[in-house]
Design a protein around this ligand. Structure first.
Ligand code: CU
Length: 170
């Protein structure tokens, strides 16, 4: 304490009477600058905290908008049906497929083992033969109401039970 006072006193002595006022002014300026800096930092923190929430909100809004557009764009019956089927010896993972008349059907066929394919004679569906581990997409329009057998044309697979039933409803 004494040393500080002495230091201050010696400074005041060494300077002109205006110096304390100048020092006070400088102190105020420094306080304003530091205070302003701290204040701006405090303001920045909430803003950075708010930013992710804002992003989420924006994403949420976009998702809602997207859903609304999808709902508006699609009629009550979806125009496309994507059906994943695994083919093995000697089966299809789906023994029955139900679609609506007029739908575009996309059969995503994956061969679990050996070679397989997917055919529906009445609808002129003739899929390519794929090897174990491969996938292919067979697309056709369900343009007729009825029940149609799909089958694998490789070897004796059909005779061994690799068949299924496609049901096209009105
Ligand atoms: Cu087969």
């Amino acid at each position: 304490m004494e040393e500080n006072q002495e230091t201050q006193n010696s400074e005041i002595k060494n300077r002109k009477p205006m110096n304390p006022i100048l020092l006070g002014g400088i102190a105020i300026v420094v306080l304003l600058v530091v205070g302003g800096f701290l204040f701006s930092q405090r303001r920045n923190q909430p803003v950075s905290d708010v930013m992710p929430a804002t992003d989420e909100n924006v994403q949420g809004v976009e998702t809602e908008v997207d859903n609304a557009i999808v709902k508006d764009a699609l009629p009550t019956v979806e125009t496309e049906q994507v059906i994943n089927i695994e083919a093995g010896s000697f089966y299809y993972s789906q023994k029955e497929i139900r679609v609506k008349k007029g739908q575009t059907v996309k059969i995503v066929l994956t061969a679990k083992d050996m070679m397989h394919d997917f055919n529906i004679d009445e609808l002129e569906v003739d899929g390519p033969i794929i090897k174990a581990g491969e996938s292919t997409t067979i697309e056709f329009v369900a343009d007729r109401v009825g029940e149609f057998e799909y089958y694998c044309s490789v070897g004796q697979h059909r005779a061994n039970g690799q068949v299924g039933k496609l049901i096209i409803e009105e």
